[in-house]
Design a protein. Structure first.
Length: 206
């Protein structure tokens, strides 16, 4: 099943869930006391946030480098955009890497900038990325909410999450790794990538 089909199915499920929530809310309002309404409102708000704070992974690109005489992927860029227009706090993103042997947790280092005229893997922001964190390169952010406030608030916002793999996590041909993006609220996004044959330095991983 391709990514477009998966995104379409996800959209139908999410929209159906919102419609179901609206129906449940109407039923609750008709049959509840004031105290119960406050409790149900909080539950519905939490559930709504879980549904609408949905980040899509549209593409993942890696770059091979020669490390101790072997071609290994060291830099990874994850292309993300929201499914709905809703405030999502990117500063609270956590990324989990699982290579089958070890798990590494990465945190947002608060460094975000536009791509401008830079090549993706040569952007100066890579100099800010350390072993335990990641940065964000914005491609489209019409109100500068992501660049200035780490807030993704429109479904036209597009960005790359950029990260450098430490030596034990660098990937040679055939290696696999599971990447999980965990927002503070919303649905976590999980994808497994595999390092292809290094016929060129920059390769698609998704």
């Amino acid at each position: 099943m391709n990514n477009n089909a998966i995104t379409g199915i996800s959209s139908v499920i999410l929209i159906s869930s919102i419609i179901l929530l609206a129906g449940v809310a109407g039923s609750v309002i008709m049959s509840s006391s004031d105290d119960e309404l406050v409790e149900y409102k909080q539950i519905l708000e939490n559930t709504y946030n879980e549904i609408t704070n949905y980040i899509q992974i549209k593409d993942i690109i890696g770059k091979y480098y020669s490390i101790e005489g072997e071609k290994r992927i060291q830099k990874i860029a994850i292309f993300i955009k929201p499914l709905f227009s809703n405030d999502i706090d990117a500063s609270e993103f956590i990324i989990k890497l699982n290579n089958g042997e070890q798990i590494k947790i990465l945190y947002n280092n608060g460094q975000t900038d536009f791509i401008h005229s830079n090549s993706l893997f040569d952007h100066p922001l890579w100099n800010e990325v350390r072993d335990n964190d990641f940065s964000i390169i914005a491609l489209h952010d019409k109100d500068r909410s992501l660049v200035d406030y780490d807030s993704i608030n429109d479904n036209t916002d597009m960005a790359y999450i950029i990260l450098k793999l430490t030596e034990e996590f660098t990937m040679s041909k055939g290696d696999t790794m599971t990447i999980t993006i965990i927002p503070s609220t919303g649905v976590k996004k999980i994808v497994t990538i595999e390092a292809p044959l290094p016929m060129q330095n920059i390769v698609n991983l998704l």
